[in-house]
Write a protein that binds this ligand. Structure first.
Ligand code: B12
Length: 210
């Protein structure tokens, strides 16, 4: 098995030491950081996401895998910003007001970073007004809103309305997601995109900036 493929396996297994060692080894051998991310680290998280969806893996294992991916990312990310790949777009990610679930949001943020986006993570419990301020401050290409509670989904619509009222709705693409969110809901509230998982989110984000 090639070393990049081995990284994928170690991410799935959640082996921080294994990922760290293999990633360092590949860098020393002159492998491109973007290849390690795409074909090693993100590929592993893709498998994990798929297995989670099919109930073959559960939240704790997903978190352990994400931590292993993070360990690899910490090594390759500084090399990315210096070297070949500069950011392909800027994305603000956050979980909406009243909602503290951040596991899925963090996963999506990591996948987007892996795909070469600059991600500004505002964290959790972010109000419509805070989104508006952040868009003004950071001028992102895209904002990604996460909600895991049916009671906090309306904040997504509020956020879009607030962006409209502030006159900056057309400056950003709005992407929404989270377990209770659907394509229909996204259309209903006037979002530009919806994704059920990190790899689809990455595809959509790429389209937005192309
Ligand atoms: C872990 C968890 C918690 C943890 C959160 C820890 C953390 N740091 O996130 C804790 C224990 C804190 C918690 C608290 C609560 N929880 Co909770 N929680 C969950 C649980 C078990 C897993 C969620 C999760 O992390 N999934 C794993 C990730 C990877 O999946 P994901 O979030 O869906 O994300 C993926 C996609 O949705 C998408 N995605 C996510 N965000 C975004 C954003 C964008 C832009 C895009 C494109 C895509 C995208 O990509 C991700 C990767 O594939 C779910 C049940 C479930 N199976 O969903 C309940 C669940 C979400 N919780 C629930 C509830 C009710 C609560 C509480 C109200 C419980 C209580 N009575 O105190 C509180 C609310 C706290 C608050 N104010 O937010 C309910 C929600 C019911 C509803 N329909 O509203 C659920 C569904 C459980 C249930 N069956 O009742 N919870």
């Amino acid at each position: 098995m090639g070393k990049i493929k081995k990284i994928t396996e170690e991410v799935i297994a959640g082996n921080v030491d294994g990922v760290t060692e293999l990633t360092k080894g590949l860098i020393d051998e002159g492998e491109k950081p973007s290849e390690i991310i795409k074909n090693g680290l993100v590929a592993g998280m893709d498998v994990v996401g798929g297995r989670f969806k099919k109930n073959e893996m559960f939240v704790p294992e997903v978190l352990i895998a994400a931590r292993a991916m993070d360990a690899g990312m910490a090594i390759v990310k500084p090399l990315l910003t210096e070297g070949e790949d500069s950011s392909i777009g800027r994305i603000i990610m956050a979980t909406v007001e009243g909602d503290l679930h951040d596991i899925g949001k963090n996963l999506v943020a990591m996948m987007l970073e892996g795909a070469g986006f600059e991600v500004i993570d505002l964290g959790v419990d972010i109000s419509a007004d805070e989104f508006v301020e952040a868009v003004k401050e950071y001028q992102p290409d895209i904002i990604g809103l996460s909600a895991l509670l049916t009671t906090t989904m309306p904040v997504m619509e509020e956020t879009i309305k607030s962006l409209e009222e502030a006159g900056i709705r057309n400056q950003v693409k709005v992407m929404v997601g989270g377990a209770p969110v659907s394509e229909d809901f996204a259309n209903e509230i006037g979002a530009d995109g919806y994704a059920a998982d990190g790899s689809t989110a990455t595809d959509i984000a790429r389209e937005f900036v192309s």
